[in-house]
Design a protein around this ligand. Structure first.
Ligand SMILES: [Fe+2]
Ligand SMILES: [Fe+2]
Length: 371
């Protein structure tokens, strides 16, 4: 085993030179499944979060044909889920897009239906293109259009399909699979009947709990996730426009709104949150950084983000990640059109554990030098 001594002339940090006597001692400790903390202390307790995830942009124009090709190569029955997943090169230990968030692009053609299952991981599904997509969550069927997103919270039976009269659909799946595995708490189960019956009127949860600011008087909901399983793009975009008309927005995020559980006003699920932010024409935000992992999906427009000093140019349906504690700022390239970024994140975990922290990039008028 390679031992790393981070020799820093700082009081209170490990700074022990290797001697033959010490190396022999380390070998003896290893025999008993132990080790000397000072050989690893600086690595396991960095001064600040040191994400191994690499800022990455996945361009839809590069991926689209490969995602569609998977339709010719495998069936949903054989593959279970026909998905091309986003593999962050810095995370060879797990299949993760960033931090403890997994993401993939799933393609389905009209008439296809994947089998129902449930797992400890929570998921969101963000529709990219096509028509006729639907998801059934615990017997509630939801129809889905472009830029809609749907929740399949942990433990809920769920299945996805595309109606016979629809068009081939591509959507992004985002799950906390790596987090569930890191916590060693992940269970996976296939529905005993392979598919579940629809037990309610279509889109009933949206009709009941829909983004209107009104709550049904005689309906209870005590689960840890939002009963509003589907968040519609048209309602979201209207809310962003309304908000944009009366706010200067955040210097770091533009006009940003969080999707919430209508019962608690908290995040949509316990482990993952989501937001949509609008960058107004020509808007350039200032740089900041915070704990938590962030996966951005371009819902509308064209722009770029600078992440840890590197510029990433994006357009509709591209996906990019901002690892924990990475400096980032966003810009809308258009002088006439707004740009909208959907963001899936693990903020609920950061906040509920009390480890959320945020910092502004003070120098250079708030902008990072670009490498
Ligand atoms: Fe699933
Ligand atoms: Fe941010």
């Amino acid at each position: 085993m390679k031992r790393e001594n981070h020799r820093e002339d700082v009081i209170g940090r490990a700074n022990v030179e290797d001697t033959q006597e010490l190396l022999d001692y380390y070998d003896q400790l290893e025999e008993f499944d132990t080790g000397a903390l000072w050989t690893v202390a600086n690595k396991i307790e960095p001064w600040e979060p040191a994400s191994t995830s690499i800022p990455t942009l996945w361009r839809f124009q590069d991926l689209r044909e490969h995602v569609l090709r998977s339709i010719e190569l495998v069936t949903p029955e054989k593959a279970g889920r026909r998905v091309v997943y986003l593999n962050n090169r810095g995370r060879q230990d797990v299949a993760a897009a960033v931090g403890w968030i997994y993401a993939g692009l799933q393609a389905m053609k009209p008439g296809e239906l994947a089998s129902a299952h449930r797992h400890s991981a929570s998921a969101v599904r963000f529709i990219m293109e096509g028509s006729g997509a639907f998801t059934i969550v615990d017997g509630h069927k939801m129809t889905l259009g472009a830029n809609d997103f749907v929740l399949t919270p942990n433990g809920t039976w769920h299945e996805h399909g595309v109606s016979e009269d629809g068009e081939t659909c591509i959507w992004q799946d985002g799950l906390d699979i790596p987090l569930m595995n890191a916590l060693e708490a992940n269970f996976y189960e296939v529905h005993p009947d392979l598919n579940q019956a629809v037990g309610y009127p279509v889109n009933d949860m949206v009709s009941k709990w829909g983004q209107s600011g009104l709550r049904p008087t005689n309906e209870g909901w005590g689960k840890g996730y939002s009963p509003l399983f589907k968040y519609r793009w048209d309602v979201t975009y209207e809310a962003l426009n309304d908000y944009a008309a009366v706010t200067d927005g955040s210097p770091f995020d533009g006009v940003m709104m969080e999707y919430v559980n209508p019962v608690t006003s908290g995040p949509v699920m316990q482990t993952m949150g989501a937001s949509m932010q609008m960058l107004r024409p020509g808007e350039k935000t200032k740089a900041h950084r915070h704990t938590g992992s962030y996966l951005y999906h371009v819902a509308k427009g064209e722009g770029y983000s600078v992440i840890n000093g590197r510029r990433f140019d994006w357009r509709k349906n591209d996906i990019f990640c901002v690892p924990s504690w990475a400096w980032h700022e966003h810009a809308n390239k258009s002088a006439s059109e707004d740009a909208c970024l959907f963001c899936l994140n693990d903020l609920p975990v950061m906040r509920s554990l009390g480890i959320y922290r945020e910092e502004a990039f003070g120098d250079n008028d708030g902008h990072q030098p670009v490498a």
